[in-house]
Design a protein around this ligand. Structure first.
Ligand code: ADP
Length: 603
């Protein structure tokens, strides 16, 4: 038996007992009747309090479930289930107020037929909902049609007799939504106690819904922020991928178009980029503005973003400065057929902040490249010009030394030998320099073929063996018997080997050991030249293989050299498809190694 039907029966019983009361009753009967009426009152009270208890129990139960989820849809479903359970309503719905638009939207419903929910023919009372939203107070009405508050209102009148219960979802005193339930009158009537229950529940539901709403909003904002950061990281990566000005400008422009939904974007450098002082506008085709337009002038002068309208209706132009070390390098100018949003401006400012250093780096790189090209050109001219006179100095010195043009005395021969030695040194330098200039200009041609290393090792060592013995050094060569053929340029292989072994000889004391070893794997043959000489400090190892590097060690400085051999060797090894490296311990010794690709087997 529900509390409701129990109550009705008690009221009916009371009525029956009252009707029995008359003067004709005996005193005994009257006393018994009074007692019976007293019991009925006790019973009614008991029923009321147990009803209250069960309501509170139910409320406690459903409230427990709230707040376990932060997903708005889940929370709304929980609330709707709880409301129907608590009020035993036939149908119910929940609306949320859209604060910005001051409208409301239905977000959950139970037991309404689909057609009832169409906004234009909703079969529930909009008037009741609007009243609760307006007043922030719950409503219980038994017969909305006769209720003076709603009579004549279309949505109420159109409905059959209904008992409606409607409570606000209050968040910090503001109505964030409404819970609405209804019953047909013959099924059940709502009373004040039901409204109180719904109000109490609505207060808790409102908090759970607000938390989920906030969370969803924060979650959305966070996702947006993460996307922004991902985009920025991608921008950074792409901008710094290549130190090429055209590439940087193209990427900046593409991102500007994408991030601001602009129709057109130009990147403008009124005073050029770096040393090139002529104005640069990218892309050059039809910039829709002049450099003396107020927008450009003031953005450049102030170093701050500026907006301007254009001749076309509602179109807008935005200029954002590219700043580097407090100076305006140039501008990103974007144009759109509708005004730019605040987010678009923020995006463009962030993009400009990243593009400016990338442009500056690309520019510096361009300058360095230009300087390098000039150096390569210079070396190429000088080496070419030196080679011809050197050849003739060499030739005439040899003729004199051989006494082909007349007898010479011993002192003259000694002098001529010194001249010849120095010319050899000079021609070695010129050869290295000319290799470098050809490598840098991409003009060095290799003649690679399959070859056996053993033969060329012997060739490389031929000139060095006497020098090594002169210094009482030991030369050990360890070659495995089945060393595969390599694919290399024979002369260049000899040059690299010669350089490494001659360094080992130069930078090791008399009596030391120089070891040349070869090993191979499935792809490469590796050649190692080890010595137990002066070694190379970790500090110096960083600079090895770069042009003109020589250690400050006095032993190094006593030896002849220009610090070009390793640099040339590195280029040559790499051009042949291998790699070069070193292991060295200062004052213990060094092992220089390089690899060469194994020649493909002939089939
Ligand atoms: P160079 O020998 O003409 O100076 P390299 O390019 O061949 O030029 O070598 C550069 C520098 O590397 C040398 O000046 C020396 O400081 C260091 N170096 C090269 N080989 C060795 C070695 N085997 N042991 C110690 N230092 C070496």
């Amino acid at each position: 038996m529900s509390a409701h039907s129990g109550k009705t029966k008690i009221v009916a019983l009371r009525g029956i007992l009252k009707r029995l009361d008359s003067n004709s009753l005996s005193l005994e009967a009257r006393l018994a009747l009074d007692k019976a009426l007293g019991y009925v009152d006790d019973l009614a009270e008991l029923l009321n309090s147990s009803e209250e208890q069960s309501r509170l129990g139910a409320l406690y139960h459903v409230s427990m479930a709230l707040g376990t989820s932060l997903n708005l849809d889940e929370v709304l479903t929980q609330v709707m289930d709880a409301v129907i359970g608590l009020t035993r309503a036939e149908r119910g719905l929940l609306v949320l107020v859209d604060r910005d638009a001051s409208t409301w939207q239905m977000r959950a419903a139970r037991n309404f037929a689909k057609k009832d929910l169409r906004p234009d023919e909703m079969n529930f009372s909009r008037t009741v909902i609007n009243t609760v939203i307006r007043n922030g107070q719950g409503i219980v009405t038994t017969d909305a049609q006769r209720d003076p508050r709603f009579a004549q209102r279309q949505s109420v009148v159109a409905m059959a007799l209904r008992s409606i219960l409607c409570a606000p979802l209050l968040v910090r005193g503001q109505v964030g939504g409404v819970i609405y339930v209804e019953n047909r009158i013959q099924t059940n009537l709502f009373n004040q106690a039901d409204l109180e229950l719904l109000n109490t529940f609505a207060a808790q539901a409102a908090i759970a819904i607000e938390n989920a709403r906030l969370y969803t909003r924060t979650d959305h904002a966070l996702r947006q922020r993460v996307t922004d950061l991902e985009n920025l990281a991608q921008i950074d990566r792409q901008l710094n991928e290549r130190l090429d000005l055209a590439h940087v400008l193209e990427f900046t422009r593409n991102w500007a178009l994408r991030g601001t939904q602009a129709d057109q974007v130009w990147i403008v450098f009124p005073n050029g980029v770096g040393q090139a002082e002529e104005t640069l506008i990218y892309p050059s085709d039809e910039p829709g503005f002049n450099l003396d337009d107020a927008l450009i002038v003031s953005a450049l002068a102030q170093g701050k973003p500026q907006f301007a309208s254009t001749d076309q209706k509602s179109a807008e132009r935005l200029a954002v400065p590219l700043m580097q070390s407090g100076e305006v390098l140039g501008l990103i100018v974007a144009q759109r057929s509708a005004p730019f949003s605040k987010t678009a401006l923020q995006f463009l400012e962030r993009l400009a902040g990243r593009a400016a250093p990338a442009i500056e780096n690309a520019r510096l790189f361009q300058d360095v490249q230009k300087a390098n090209q000039a150096k390569t050109k210079f070396i190429s001219v000088v080496t070419h010009e030196l080679r011809i006179p050197m050849t003739s100095i060499k030739g005439y010195t040899d003729l004199l030394r051989q006494q082909a043009v007349g007898p010479i005395n011993e002192q003259q021969l000694n002098f001529l030998n010194v001249v010849r030695g120095n010319v050899d040194r000079m021609s070695a330098l010129v050869a290295d320099l000319s290799d470098i200039s050809r490598i840098e200009a991409g003009r060095l041609k290799l003649e690679c073929r399959s070859l056996s290393i053993e033969k060329y090792i012997s060739e490389a060592l031929r000139n060095l063996r006497p020098k090594i013995s002169e210094k009482s050094q030991t030369l050990e060569v360890e070659l495995p018997p089945d060393l595969p053929l390599v694919y290399a340029d024979a002369n260049r292989l000899v040059q690299v080997l010669n350089n490494l072994v001659s360094n080992a000889w130069k930078y090791s004391p008399g009596g030391g050991t120089i070891r040349l070893k070869a090993l191979s794997d499935s792809e490469f043959v590796r050649l190692e030249v080890s010595d137990n000489g002066i070694g190379i400090s970790e500090e110096d190892q960083v600079h090895l293989f770069s042009q003109f590097f020589r250690s400050e060690d006095p032993i190094v400085r006593e030896e002849q050299g220009w610090g070009l051999g390793l640099n040339v060797s590195k280029h040559l090894v790499e051009l042949m498809g291998g790699t070069i490296g070193v292991h060295s311990t200062h004052q213990v010794g060094s092992t220089f190694w390089f690899t060469l690709p194994i020649a493909e087997q002939e089939t």
